[in-house]
Design a protein around this ligand. Structure first.
Ligand code: UD1
Length: 313
């Protein structure tokens, strides 16, 4: 069985890659290395294709002979999309329709698409359920939602099996902390480990349903098999939200750091609160978030401490 992972050199893609290899499956990775890293794939027995998923010829070659596609490739970050909406659209929306077209031509059995909780926007209702009308408020969220709609259109028009997973703020090992666009938890952990101050943008009361990577990897494997999933989209989170102030205190406490965080202005496009209702994923996919946020934070801290001492593995 051959799996294609777009964005396989990135944080989520490379973790998924490891899980598939551990199951004895074959993996082809397509990555443009805009945000992914070769370190994430070091020592893995995979077929690596360097190229951009918005290029039809690249996608045609990437999909040849493939059974399942995990489309993790994207240009993440809400603020990056606010600064450069065209790049966000090209790498999130255009790349998705190009890839779907190639997957259909190659008779791929199922495409699992990485969508985002950002599609819900800042509607006040919590938790977010899949029946709510999306209210995207950043170019990133719009592009991710467009990708979802393309997935559904390919299912409705051509009967191609597609499943969209709306990820809720994923964190864990191999998340790159080095960019200003990096996820907040990877930034806080690397800053705390380097004895640098952490800055909370906006109020410390901003909250997220932070979800450990292993839960997401499992959701992808389940979505590949679930008979009733095609044509649908599912929230993938923990069903619990914590504030940025809590996260900082927890991490600092684990490291014995007593310094308070700094505060800065809120970021444009940020959503104040996010929390997943995971009833549908539980029911249809048999998804269960096995790693809670505290355990995930401890595992990530330990990994980032190890990576600092020995270099990433
Ligand atoms: C959003 C999406 C998420 C998506 C991700 C891709 C929502 C609710 N979530 O994450 O599904 O996968 O984009 O990039 O839309 N922050 C700080 N200090 C920092 C860095 C960030 O306080 O040094 C704050 C941000 O202002 C934000 C929160 O932390 O309020 C989370 O930011 P981030 O980790 O970038 O993720 P989202 O933008 O929430």
């Amino acid at each position: 069985m051959l799996n294609l992972i777009t964005g396989g050199a990135g944080f989520i893609g490379s973790n998924l890659c490891r899980a598939l290899l551990e199951r004895g499956e074959r993996v082809r990775v397509l990555d443009n290395f805009l945000t992914g890293s070769r370190d994430n794939l070091a020592g893995l027995d995979i077929e690596l294709m360097e190229g951009d998923a918005s290029d039809p010829e690249v996608c045609r070659r990437a999909c040849a002979g493939v059974d399942f596609v995990f489309h993790e490739g994207a240009l993440p970050s809400v603020p990056r999309s606010v600064e450069n909406p065209l790049a966000s659209h090209a790498h999130c929306a255009t790349a998705t329709v190009v890839l779907l077209h190639a997957a259909r031509q190659a008779r791929v059995r199922r495409v699992i698409y990485a969508s985002s909780s950002s599609v819900y926007g800042d509607t006040p209702t919590l938790p977010k359920t899949e029946t709510m009308t999306p209210q995207p408020r950043s170019p990133y969220a719009v592009a991710k939602l467009a990708g979802e709609h393309y997935c559904r259109a390919f299912y409705l028009c051509y009967g191609m099996e597609t499943v969209a997973l709306r990820y809720f703020n994923i964190f864990g090992p191999r998340q790159d902390p080095s960019s200003p666009y990096s996820g907040v938890l990877s930034r806080f952990i690397s800053q705390l480990l380097a004895n640098q101050p952490c800055t909370i943008f906006g109020s410390g009361e901003i909250s997220r349903d932070f979800t450990y990577i292993d839960n997401v990897v499992e959701a992808n494997l389940l979505a590949r098999e679930a008979p009733c999933a095609p044509g649908k989209f599912y929230n993938i989170g923990c069903g619990k939200r914590v504030t940025l102030a809590w996260v900082y205190e927890f991490l600092a406490g684990e490291l014995g750091i007593t310094a308070p965080p700094q505060y800065g202005p809120a970021r444009a496009g940020d959503v104040p609160h996010s929390l997943a209702d995971i009833t549908a994923a539980r029911h249809d996919l048999r998804y269960e978030p096995r790693v809670d946020v505290e355990t995930g934070l401890r595992l990530t801290l330990a990994w980032q401490q190890g990576a600092r001492n020995t270099g990433p593995t």
